[in-house]
Ligand binder design. Structure first.
Ligand code: TXA
Ligand code: MG
Length: 323
């Protein structure tokens, strides 16, 4: 049986022994294990039912730890880490040889994040070894924002979950690959998050350095197209979500389907509040006695600040009725 606790020392002991532990972070809860124990890493994939081609993020408590994980560091990575670490930013660079290929799904790059959540920082630094951790949900499912969410997801597993309250950010980190070519910064955003393209551009403007920031599908997403239905269906609630882009389409659908039971996901808020509530709302609604969850994209959903929310909604949706 899974259980919730606030005893950080228990989590530290278990992690040191090579066990998997549920870990709070400010973005979403993670399923953590030390990076130098292959058995422990394998256990993450098993518990999560995650395909081995989907690489994990390594979590550190100290920026110095990157020296022992990445092969090289560059000026763009330095600027980004100074501006946004600790926080909801994941940096991808070439890995050192000793990083287990299970973590990186055989890629020669590795993803690293320094979370801001105090309990996460304390656990990682007391274990003394960085922790690989994907979001603490079964593969393809809605990510968890509280210890209870993780408990519900893994109730049958022998798993300790550290309760660190509700996640402040609420959706997963922004994943970037930072390049530095001849003193010019180039950044690829592989996964949008609440650290937005505009915020990154703003930071470079502030320090007067040229940058180009582009969205790019990571190699992982390309791979998923080879096995369709894997990664494009992500973040999914148990009840099918139908996504619309206008109220009138929602109304038309309601009128055509008077017998169907559904609830509407309310998304009329600032991006920060929506991000904080999104997964909790989905997890609440999926337990109700309904056939469908209905969502309408936020107004302004094409603006940069809504990019990450739109991305998660598009992937969480089973059916889409949008232009
Ligand atoms: O906020 C977060 O990032 C959360 C918390 C727990 O830190 N973690 C998280 O992990 O969202 P996960 O496993 O659900 O998503 C990790 C994603 C992979 O699916 C993949 O898209 C990308 O990170 N990734 C990891 N390593 C990569 C690499 N070397 N190249 C490209 N993408 C990579
Ligand atoms: Mg995930």
């Amino acid at each position: 049986m899974a259980k919730i606790s606030t005893k950080i020392s228990d989590a530290v002991d278990l992690l040191k022994q090579g066990e998997v532990v549920g870990l709070p972070t400010e973005t979403v809860y993670g399923l953590a294990a030390v990076i130098n124990n292959e058995q422990a890493i394998r256990q993450i994939f098993t518990i999560k039912e995650r395909p081995l081609f989907d690489p994990l993020i390594i979590h550190i408590a100290n920026k110095q730890d990157t020296l022992n994980i990445f092969k090289n560091w560059n000026e763009t990575a330095e600027i980004m880490s100074q501006a946004f670490w600790p926080g909801a930013l994941t940096i991808i660079l070439e890995k050192q040889e000793h990083i287990n290929p299970l973590i990186t799904a055989g890629l020669n790059t590795v993803a690293v994040r320094l979370p801001r959540h105090k309990a996460a920082q304390k656990i990682i630094s007391e274990v003394g070894i960085p922790l690989a951790a994907p979001s603490a949900n079964k593969f393809g499912r809605t990510s968890p924002n509280s210890a209870e969410h993780v408990l519900n997801e893994f109730i049958d597993n022998d798993l300790l979950i550290i309760d660190g309250g509700n996640c402040e950010v609420g959706i997963e980190s922004t994943i970037i690959a930072p390049l530095d070519t001849g003193g010019k910064s180039e950044i690829f955003i592989y996964r949008p998050g609440m650290i937005t393209k505009e915020m990154i551009e703003e930071e470079f403007k502030r320090i007067r350095r040229a940058v180009t920031v582009q969205y790019k599908a990571s190699g992982i997403e390309e791979k998923s197209k080879i096995s369709p239905g894997t990664l494009e269906n992500h973040y999914m609630p148990k009840k099918p979500l139908i996504l619309f882009d206008t109220d009138s389409k929602v109304t038309a659908w309601q009128n055509k389907n008077p017998q169907i039971k559904f609830e509407i996901l309310n998304l009329d808020d600032t991006p920060q509040i929506i991000a904080r509530k999104l997964y909790s709302e989905l997890r609440y609604l999926e337990e109700l006695n309904i056939d469908y969850i209905i969502a309408r994209l936020p107004r302004n959903h094409d603006s940069d600040t809504f990019r990450a929310i739109k991305d998660r909604l598009l992937k969480a949706a089973k059916f889409k009725n949008i232009e």
